[in-house]
Design a protein around this ligand. Structure first.
Ligand code: UDP
Length: 245
């Protein structure tokens, strides 16, 4: 039986705040390299969370694998090493999709709601992925006018985001973690069957708010944003609960 060889890492395509994206010997695959760098507040606050890249790759790879098994198509192909994830190449749709179960962060501020209150149903929000504009909130009309995605694509994205939420809420609850909110990114495939919309990027304590179910302690990037200390320990604990020891 012949198996396809793993594509080799090639030139750097893009360096973001938390990851570097490399091309590979396969034009339809990329490698995401997870860094320890952390930024917040439009990159005005910068720092390092020791070993974050290794932990986030471990968590994201594990969750993408489980999501794949539960019927959500993602860009994940394989975890290649501690910091490298092999993924299908996507043309990223410039819409950040936030799903919320509990009031926190910008929702609390914008609507004057009390942080920690459970929402009666999940809220899906869209933000324009533009660092130079500080990722402003946008709605489906803005998305059409800006030509970011079609209404069919956005309908598919909403369904997928809610499926991810349903899966993660249950999975994390069983591991004593309350899923407050999280951000997803989607993109269009470039290879065979080009144009299919898949879940991309990562799911990790950098992109989710995760609270301990009993103590309500924050176990995510808010520890860095708000200088709460014990950042590395919290990320490690999330990995332990999600992936096992
Ligand atoms: N989030 C993210 N990247 C962003 C903005 C938000 O991963 O550029 C995540 C954030 O960690 C949280 C959720 O999306 O889990 C909702 O964030 P919110 O809109 O409350 O903004 P924030 O308070 O993080 O500025």
């Amino acid at each position: 039986m012949s198996s396809t060889p793993t594509p080799e890492r090639a030139e750097k395509l893009h360096e973001g705040k938390a990851k570097i994206v490399y091309a590979t010997s396969d034009p339809h695959m990329i490698i995401q390299y997870f860094k320890d760098d952390a930024t917040a507040f439009d990159a005005k606050k910068r720092g390092t969370i020791v070993n974050k890249g290794v932990i986030n790759n471990r968590i994201a790879s594990h969750l993408f694998e489980l999501l794949g098994e539960s019927g959500v198509t993602t860009h994940f192909v394989a975890k290649l090493s501690d910091r490298e994830m092999l993924c299908r190449r996507l043309q990223i749709i410039l819409v950040e999709v936030v799903v919320r179960n509990v009031v926190a962060g910008s929702l609390a501020k914008r609507l004057g709601m009390e942080e920690g209150a459970s929402l009666p149903r999940p809220i899906v929000e869209h933000y324009y992925k533009r660092d130079d504009l500080s990722d402003p909130p946008i709605n489906l009309d803005h998305i059409q006018v800006l030509n970011l995605a079609t209404s069919e694509e956005m309908l598919h994205i909403r369904r997928e985001a809610l499926k991810v939420n349903e899966f993660l809420v249950k999975y994390l609850d069983q591991r004593e973690i309350r899923l407050v909110d999280f951000k997803l990114e989607f993109g269009r495939t470039t290879g065979g069957g080009a144009g299919a919309v898949l879940l991309g990027d990562e799911i990790s304590p950098d992109t989710c708010r995760l609270w301990d179910k009993k103590t309500h302690e924050k176990m995510d990037k808010d520890r860095f944003r708000r200088d709460l200390g014990r950042i590395e320990e919290s990320y490690e604990e999330v990995a332990r609960r999600i992936c096992g020891s």
